[in-house]
Design a protein around this ligand. Structure first.
Ligand SMILES: CC(C)(COP(=O)(O)OP(=O)(O)OC[C@H]1O[C@@H](n2cnc3c(N)ncnc32)[C@H](O)[C@@H]1OP(=O)(O)O)[C@@H](O)C(=O)NCCC(=O)NCCS
Length: 177
């Protein structure tokens, strides 16, 4: 199975919308409902020009399977925040872990990041297990911090230090376009 990470552009609008609009994804991801196809398209077309972030589509054997990015990149402190979601057809096959590894490698080797953090709603226990399995640790909980899907929710802050993870950048440095 070949996994390729590609910078997001307009051609990814349909697959990004398909994933985001799926209830198993929109249930957890901070996006206004109903998910707008037009806004998704505009976003995909323009996001490559925005500073301080890098957004990717992850293709599996040429098929868009998931999306992830590093946002709020702060070069002075060498930190960024991460988001990730897969289309449910690709859940629980180990792909999310593979995409995460590749994204963190990009963060370490291309962006020279030191630490990556993320926010996850406390009831998203599957995602918390997934992040822990991949080396993230809980740094704190913001209690009843965000109004999301009809309730105030706790937000868990998780983070990982990239040094010493044994990441390597061969995947994207050796890739042919
Ligand atoms: C969270 C997500 C990225 C995980 O990706 P994935 O490809 O499904 O996860 P993986 O197959 O790599 O699994 C890695 C670990 O995650 C956990 N996990 C995966 N699927 C799980 C499930 N159905 N129930 C509980 N834990 C699960 C397990 O710890 C698993 O390790 P294991 O296979 O050794 O048991 C993906 O499920 C997703 O996109 N979810 C919806 C969007 C979302 O919640 N994003 C995060 C918002 S902060």
């Amino acid at each position: 199975m070949a996994v390729k990470m590609v910078h997001i552009n307009g051609i990814h609008a349909k697959s990004r919308w398909d994933a985001l609009a799926h209830p198993e994804v929109s249930k957890w991801v901070f996006i206004d409902l109903p998910v707008s196809y037009t806004k998704t398209q505009e976003w995909c077309e323009s996001v490559g020009n925005r500073p301080n972030r890098a957004d990717f589509c992850f293709e599996v054997d040429g098929v868009p399977a998931g999306f992830a990015g590093l946002v709020n990149v702060d070069s002075k402190s060498a930190v960024a925040e991460l988001y990730i979601f897969l289309h449910p057809d690709f859940f629980s096959k180990g792909l999310g872990s593979e995409f995460l590894k590749q994204l963190l490698s990009y963060g370490e080797f291309e962006l020279n990041l030191r630490k990556v953090s993320l926010f996850v709603t406390a009831d998203n226990t599957k995602a918390i297990s997934y992040y822990e399995k991949n080396g993230f640790e809980i740094e704190g909980v913001l209690r009843k911090h965000v109004w999301f899907r009809g309730a105030y929710r706790d937000r868990v802050i998780m983070a990982i230090f990239l040094d010493g993870l044994g990441l390597n950048a061969d995947k994207f440095y050796n890739e042919t376009v």
